[in-house]
Design a protein around this ligand. Structure first.
Ligand SMILES: [Zn+2]
Length: 245
C-alpha cells in the first residue's frame, strides 16, 4: 500500500447530479413508452430496468444505474460478481476498530480470465474492478496493444492507516480502495506504471486509457498525473470526491 494524499473537497453539484440522471431517465421514459404501446416487445436485458446488472453485457445508459443498485446491497453485489466470472470467497464483516473495518469482505483470486495475487476487499470494490477489467482494461489492451490482459498487479486494498500528511483515515482503512500497479498481456508484454507511464507510446496510451476508463467505474482515481506518490500505481476508491487525475 502506498500513501495517498488528501484530495481537495469538491461538493456534489446539482448540475452534476441532474447530468448523471438525465440519460437513464430518458432511456427509461422511452422504454416505458415502448412497452406501453407494444407490451409484447422483448426488451434486451441491458436495456431493461427491471433486470439485475449483468457485468458481461454491453454497457448501456442503464448500466451505471444498475451498478449503483448492485453495490448498495451485498446480495445483489455478490450475485453480480458471480455473473462477472470473478472467483471469490466471502466471510463475516470484520470490525477491527471504529475506523478500521471491512464490510462485505470479498477475497478475489481471479477476475474472469485475469489472474491476480489474492486480495481481500469490499464487494463493491471487487464489482467495480470487474466492470473496469471487462469494459475498460481489456478493451484498451486490444485497441492499443493487440492483446489481452491475463494478469493484473496490485498493492492491496485493506490497510488500517491515515492519509499521509492528514488526520483523516484513508479509504484503505475500510477496504474501500484498491491500488493497481501493472498488467501482464497474453503475448508476454509486461506493463508497469513506474516504467511505462512515460514509456513507449503504445504502453503509455494504454495506461492513460485505462486510467480514464477507471474514472467511470470508481468514485475517485489518482494516477501518476496526480502527484509523485502515485508514480507507480493507480489509487481507485469509492470516495465521494469525484476526482479523476
Ligand atoms: Zn490507494
Amino acid at each position: 500500500m502506498r500513501p495517498d494524499p488528501q484530495p481537495p473537497k469538491r461538493p456534489l453539484s446539482l448540475g452534476r447530479l441532474i447530468g448523471g440522471l438525465f440519460l437513464p431517465l430518458v432511456v427509461l421514459a422511452f422504454g416505458a413508452a415502448a412497452l406501453l404501446y407494444h407490451p409484447d416487445t422483448p426488451l434486451p436485458d441491458p436495456w431493461n430496468p427491471t433486470t439485475p446488472l449483468d457485468p458481461m453485457a454491453e454497457v448501456t445508459p442503464l448500466t451505471h444505474w444498475k451498478l449503483s443498485k448492485a453495490v448498495s446491497d451485498p446480495m445483489l453485489c455478490w450475485a453480480a460478481l458471480s455473473a462477472s466470472g470473478t472467483i471469490y470467497s466471502t466471510r463475516e464483516d470484520q470490525n477491527n476498530s471504529d475506523s478500521c473495518h471491512i464490510r462485505t469482505p470479498t477475497r478475489i483470486t481471479r477476475i474472469d480470465a485475469t489472474r491476480l495475487n489474492p486480495v481481500e476487499t469490499r464487494c463493491e470494490i471487487a464489482l467495480r474492478w470487474a466492470m473496469w477489467d471487462r469494459h475498460g482494461v481489456q478493451t484498451a489492451a486490444r485497441k492499443h496493444l493487440g492483446s489481452s490482459v491475463t494478469r493484473v498487479h496490485h498493492f492491496g486494498s485493506y490497510s488500517c492507516r491515515k492519509i499521509a500528511g492528514s488526520n483523516r483515515m484513508s479509504q484503505h482503512a475500510t477496504a474501500n480502495a484498491i491500488d493497481i500497479s501493472g498488467f501482464d498481456l497474453a503475448d508476454g508484454t509486461k506493463i508497469r506504471l513506474r516504467n511505462d507511464w512515460d514509456g513507449p507510446a503504445d504502453k503509455a496510451a494504454f495506461l492513460r486509457d485505462v486510467r480514464n476508463s477507471a474514472c467511470s467505474w470508481f468514485g475517485l482515481v489518482l494516477s501518476p498525473d496526480y502527484n509523485a506518490a502515485h508514480h507507480d500505481h493507480f489509487h481507485m476508491d469509492q470516495g465521494r470526491w469525484g476526482r479523476c487525475r
